[in-house]
Design a protein around this ligand. Structure first.
Ligand SMILES: Cc1cc2nc3c(=O)[nH]c(=O)nc-3n(C[C@H](O)[C@H](O)[C@H](O)COP(=O)(O)O)c2cc1C
Ligand code: SF4
Length: 413
């Protein structure tokens, strides 16, 4: 039986997350003290050696991102901790904040020192008001104790953090829309290039990093990049916290060493499902819907890529044969129609058209041509949308057309 390997969530329920003493008692801030004695390039070297990849969805190499901000000479430089967690089905970052919030803040401070960043923002999902209040409280404690502010622990390095509350827009989790939102504007994606590492918040170099990614940083610095890379596979090192929900018996966050479990084993870890498994939503609403053939897929980024899908933000939602795939896709596309910022036609018009076509099919008024049209709209959105929202919105639709074709065709007789 596969087991969890809790590295980030090791102390879940065992310490008071708001107590600095409790955090210090489990080795908290040892990594920061170590980092303060290292050269910036050495810190980044450890992150590179760990082969850590971002946990927000795109799985980009963290060390590479840090290097691209470190080489920027314009000041000030900013960091944004992306705690928007808007992807439907994702709730892992919430549990990181509920277990080791100081560890995320320590990761931010280490990242700032390594890349020469002056000021950071934690952007908290609007629907998590208690986390917003908690982070604000802990930032004040760290400032009082000399871990934030000018000359951190007497080192000469200065860095401070401000907490911002989101307002409930899914698109604000996108790495440039979040900057617009922090600047006080309507949250919408910017056209790239330039990349945010060069022209980011208030036009300055900016590092945007997910909560779980940052929580890994103190562990890597304390134990070494090599230690971290010894977990997982060469392209998917460390652990990931999977948000497993849907029809499983024990929904929740499950921290699993990458490559140590298959998709099916992860579902079993969460108690399995009652009834006949029909499929699994993987990666979130912007992810994929796959049949039981995928149960033997090892949970690594490369295994997912090889099968033409992605682990996204680590969502796993199994469902049984009484659930209609078409209903799931319709519900998901309605979400995207509502959350599209409206800036570009393929996404604004595409989500609307797809919803209308599916509604027609469900009412029994559709034809085979409508199913072909759905595929064409999906491809157009994927290829021509400006940002990741529109590009990934049709993933579930297209994967359902590929793997659950019969269900679609049954609607047209
Ligand atoms: C529409 C959209 C929503 C996103 N929402 C989130 C989010 O809520 N949290 C997050 O960390 N990343 C989110 N991302 C990914 C970010 O753009 C970015 O890749 C990530 O924050 C970078 O951090 P990482 O490298 O540590 O993963 C979203 C992307 C898109 C396109
Ligand atoms: S893809 Fe959608 S969310 Fe992104 S810019 Fe275009 S309309 Fe806005």
């Amino acid at each position: 039986m596969v087991e969890e390997n809790r590295v980030i969530l090791k102390y879940m329920g065992q310490i008071d997350p708001e107590s600095l003493d409790d955090y210090l008692s489990i080795g908290g801030f040892q990594a920061l003290r170590k980092a303060l004695k290292m050269r910036r390039s050495e810190i980044i070297g450890e992150i590179n050696e760990s082969r850590l990849r971002g946990r927000g969805g795109a799985a980009f190499w963290t060390g590479f991102k840090w290097e691209s901000v470190a080489v920027q000479t314009r000041r000030p430089k900013y960091m944004v901790c992306n705690s928007d967690e808007g992807e439907p089905g994702t709730f892992k970052d919430r549990y990181v904040w509920e277990t080791v919030p100081f560890q995320v803040l320590e990761g931010m401070i280490i990242g700032a020192i390594a890349t020469g960043i002056d000021y950071g923002f934690v952007y908290v999902r609007g629907e998590y008001p208690w986390i917003y209040r908690r982070v604000e409280k802990l930032v004040n404690i760290l400032r009082d104790e000399g871990y934030l502010g000018s000359s951190i622990l007497g080192s000469g390095y200065s860095f401070d953090i401000e907490v911002v509350q989101g307002a409930g827009a899914y698109v604000c989790g996108e790495s440039s829309a979040i900057l617009e939102s922090i600047e006080g504007k309507r949250g919408g994606p910017r056209v790239k290039p330039p990349r945010t590492s060069v022209v980011g918040l208030f036009g300055q170099p900016t590092l945007v990093q997910n909560v779980e990614t940052l929580a890994n940083v103190p562990l890597i610095i304390k134990n070494g990049g090599k230690w971290y890379a010894s977990m997982g596979t060469s392209s998917s090192t460390g652990t990931r916290i999977f948000s497993i929900s849907g029809l499983v018996k024990k929904p929740g966050p499950y921290e699993i060493e990458l490559g140590s479990a298959t998709l099916g084993e992860a579902i079993q870890l969460a108690g399995g499902v009652d009834g006949e498994l029909k499929g699994v939503i993987i990666g979130g609403a912007s992810g994929y819907i796959v049949p039981p053939d995928f149960l033997n897929m090892p949970l690594t980024m490369e295994d997912a890529e090889r099968r033409g899908i992605s682990l996204g933000s680590g969502v796993i939602v199994p469902f049984t044969s009484d659930i209609s795939v078409v209903d799931v896709v319709l519900n998901t596309m309605r979400f995207f129609e509502q959350e599209s910022c409206g800036r570009c036609t393929p996404c604004r018009g595409g989500t609307r058209e797809v919803v209308e076509i599916i509604e027609k099919l469900v009412r029994g008024k559709g034809t085979k041509e409508h199913i072909s049209l759905l595929k064409r709209w999906g491809k157009t959105m994927m290829n021509a949308s400006i940002c990741g929202l529109g590009k990934s919105a049709p993933n579930m639709l297209l994967s359902s057309l590929k793997y659950f074709r019969n269900e679609w065709e049954s609607l047209v007789g």
